[in-house]
Design a binder for this molecule. Structure first.
Ligand code: G16
Length: 547
């Protein structure tokens, strides 16, 4: 084994986005590209006392290039002074499980290899992010420091050595580095067992009157769902669909929405629909919830979990507070108001919940982008959300649809839709946002169709814990009565820019709560496209995706 220092040169495009660095696999495979980023992470975190004493957790969602990347990271970690690595068997760890493992073993932090719900394979996407000792994604200060290092890097260090076999659970020595290969599922499953009433969920899943399906989308949650749902909770064999994690996710898009979970959707539709359906994404942190012939929006899901939290053992004493990302609908705010709980509005990105969770200001949080989570880890957690729903269904003995309709009866329905314009030109997207930013100053008070603008701004957030300020987090147009139109550019795409337009409106009349959101919101949808001149700046007449 020989230590080597490799001369390199900076790449200008290693600025982490909403959730780490996401690029095409081919980009990561260029000579020095991955190594530069890893060395930049190590350079940015060096100087911390526990660098050598505590473990670094490493794992990923098993996508193409996962295995190669882990070998490179091990060889670099050794020369960079780490004393111990904890790695999921075969390099696998779901994102929430990685967070749980970092916390349980009080690790220094972790490197998670994933591009989340983006497709995998040699021509698709890969990603890397660094999580800190609390188990959560690095904050903006640290991601900026990593980026700055990446702009001036001229060398990196590693060893020349044979690859390590990651298939056997146990400890092994890689020169001075001790490497613990752990079962990726056990610690996470134990944590779920502490939070939820497994006995009651088992009774539900084994009863003749209840049928569920979970779509693992050939991604990382397959082994987790098999262990927890089928083995521990007794769900019938075949409950978990597409259970085997594949490097290219079977050629599909591991994104839990109706467009990409079509088989699941079919099983939850029609006269013979199953009672409950759920799916999780590439790295296991997102979730989609379905009832029989019924789709639950992520924003509503968060609100229902908050309203029913005390039915679940892990949350029986109530919640400290709740939080949602700014573009997420205001459904959870209404629950918080009724329960007299603090409710925080953060920018998009799970990293913004970290301080609130660490400070004990919130217990539950969520985002419109199919993410829900709690203080049990510092990532959103797909399977956790599914178990939370199952626990509520087991206790209430009602259908998903009934639970939602009662919820809307009490709090009103927040009609909600997100329209995505994908892979538009970066220039067009930037011009659109700049023009909108200027327009915010003239919109207040204007009557637009049946809506009157109350205020408009470019959302800025001051973290209530460390007072750090994050600006330019999305354009908000707030109407009298609570309707909103929000625009922002995605920070997770790997091709051009993606414009996201979020549209919502509150309906308290129970007789008007069963419309298709695209109809209920049609006037606001038209306004949204006129105000931003979407066609003018992007050349598009309609969105690529509507959720
Ligand atoms: C990531 C972040 C989420 C964010 C989502 C969408 O999720 O962790 O906080 O809401 O991206 O971000 P954007 O709108 O910028 O594309 P994931 O599941 O992709 O890691």
């Amino acid at each position: 084994m020989k230590n080597i220092t490799v001369d390199s040169h900076p790449f200008a495009d290693q600025k982490p986005g909403t959730s780490g660095l996401r690029k095409k696999v081919k980009q990561f495979q260029q000579p020095h590209y991955l190594e530069n980023f890893i060395q930049s992470v190590f350079n940015a975190i060096r100087g911390n006392d526990s660098f050598a004493e505590k473990a670094l957790v490493v794992g990923g969602d098993g996508r193409f290039y996962n295995r190669e990347a882990i070998q490179i990271i091990m060889k670099m970690a050794l020369v960079n002074g780490f004393g111990k690595l904890i790695i999921g068997q075969n390099g696998l760890l779901s994102t929430p499980a990685a967070s749980a493992v970092i916390r349980k073993y009080q690790a220094f932090g972790g490197i998670i290899l994933s591009a989340s719900h983006n497709p995998g394979g040699p021509d698709a996407d890969f990603g890397i992010k660094f999580n800190t000792a609390n188990g959560g994604p690095a904050n903006e200060e640290l991601t900026e420091a990593i980026f700055q290092h990446s702009l001036s890097i001229d060398r990196y260090q590693m060893v020349e050595a044979e690859d390590i076999d990651l298939s056997q659970i146990g400890s092994q020595q890689f020169d001075k580095l001790s490497v613990d290969i752990i079962d990726p599922v056990v610690d996470y499953a134990d944590l779920m067992e502490q939070l939820f009433d497994f006995q009651r969920i088992r009774e539900l899943l084994t009863s003749a009157n209840f049928r569920m399906h979970f779509d693992a989308m050939n991604a990382i949650t397959g082994p987790y769902a098999m262990t927890i749902l089928e083995q521990k909770l007794g769900a019938p064999a075949g409950t978990v669909l597409r259970a085997e994690p594949l490097p290219d996710f079977g050629g599909d898009h591991p994104d839990p929405n109706l467009a990409h979970a079509q088989d699941l959707h079919k099983r939850l539709s029609g006269d013979h629909a199953a009672d409950f359906g759920a799916a999780s994404d590439g790295d296991g942190d997102r979730n989609m919830i379905l009832g029989a012939n019924f789709y639950v929006t992520p924003s509503d899901s968060l609100a229902v979990l908050a309203a029913n939290a005390t039915l679940v053992p892990g949350y029986k004493d109530g919640l400290a507070g709740v939080a949602r990302s700014m573009p997420t609908s205001q459904a959870v705010d209404r629950v918080a108001r009724q329960l007299n709980l603090p409710c925080f509005e953060t920018p998009t990105g799970w990293k913004f919940f970290g301080n609130l969770l660490d400070a004990g200001k919130i217990t539950l949080c969520g985002e419109e982008s199919f993410g829900t989570g709690s203080n049990h880890v510092r990532e959103k957690d797909g399977l956790w959300a599914v178990l939370f729903w199952l626990n509520i269904l087991a206790v209430r003995g009602e259908s998903v649809e009934d639970i939602l309709k009662q919820h809307w009866d009490k709090f009103g329905r927040d009609y909600y839709t997100r329209h995505d314009y994908e892979a538009v030109t970066n220039d067009g997207a930037e011009l659109l946002m700049t023009a909108l930013r200027e327009k915010t100053q003239t919109l207040a008070g204007l009557q637009l169709g049946s809506y009157q603008v109350e205020s408009a701004d470019d959302f800025a957030y001051t973290d209530p814990v460390d007072e750090s300020i994050s600006q330019h987090q999305g354009i908000r147009i707030l109407m009298r009565g609570g309707s909103r139109i929000i625009y922002r550019l995605s920070g997770t795409g790997t091709e051009g820019a993606t414009l996201r337009v979020y549209i919502e409106s509150h309906e308290t009349d129970i007789n008007k709560q069963s419309e298709d959101p695209q109809n209920a919101l049609s006037e606001l949808i038209d306004l949204a496209s006129q105000i931003a001149k979407i066609n003018h700046y992007t050349g598009r007449n309609k969105p690529d995706v509507m959720t």
